[in-house]
Design a protein around this ligand. Structure first.
Ligand SMILES: [Zn+2]
Length: 200
């Protein structure tokens, strides 16, 4: 990836992660932002890339980047159950005049979930953690403007969930988000605890 590209990636055969210079600036990261904002931005993105090593694809590779089953059967069965739960969480949602394909985007959604969980746990080690700033910056990094045709193209072919859903659905899996914004049963974004997905 060129240095001016706002993106990041993980390679399962090399076990490496890449962050071009362009993503290492606001709103992802800035010395002018608080630690909580930076954890909700680049922190969650870095942890997202690391989690790709343990998503439904990365889980099939060992620490040397070789295709190998290193799982205990019972653990892998549970991992598959949770993978399906993540597919179900997004599948069939209305977006851009079409329906979200949960299977197409499951690896990226697992990476978002693990990335947020790791960044959230780390952010909370700070005495002056501000979870409102954390979750707000998570939403901010997914801002996007596009034409309907482009949104439809992405919906059909992109392995990532639409940015609007990355910003708004993943936080619903975290108890901390409900406490931070006082989200209660009956609210539009409230998700029953039994339906919240936690993998990594
Ligand atoms: Zn990713």
């Amino acid at each position: 990836m060129p240095g001016h590209l706002v993106n990041a990636c993980y390679d399962p055969s090399r076990n490496d992660i890449t962050f071009p210079a362009a993503i290492l600036q606001a709103p992802f990261y800035s010395l002018k932002q608080t630690d909580s904002e930076n954890f909700g931005g680049i922190g969650a993105v870095i942890a997202h890339e690391i989690t790709h090593g343990f998503d439904n694809n990365g889980a099939q590779f060992d620490e040397f980047g070789n295709l190998k089953n290193w799982w205990q059967d019972s653990d892998y069965k549970e991992f598959k159950r949770l993978t399906q739960a993540m597919i179900d969480e997004f599948n069939g949602r209305d977006f851009a005049g079409g329906k979200v394909n949960g299977k197409l985007i499951v690896s990226e959604n697992i990476a978002d979930l693990g990335g947020m969980a790791a960044a959230l746990a780390t952010a909370q080690q700070d005495e002056d953690v501000d979870l409102r700033a954390f979750f707000t910056n998570w939403g901010r990094i997914w801002r996007q403007k596009d034409r309907p045709e482009y949104a439809q193209l992405l919906l059909a072919s992109d392995v990532h969930a639409p940015n609007y859903l990355r910003a708004n659905v993943q936080p619903q899996n975290f108890d901390e988000w409900y406490a931070t914004f006082d989200v209660q049963p009956g609210d539009g974004m409230y998700l029953d605890p039994a339906r919240r997905v936690v993998i990594w």
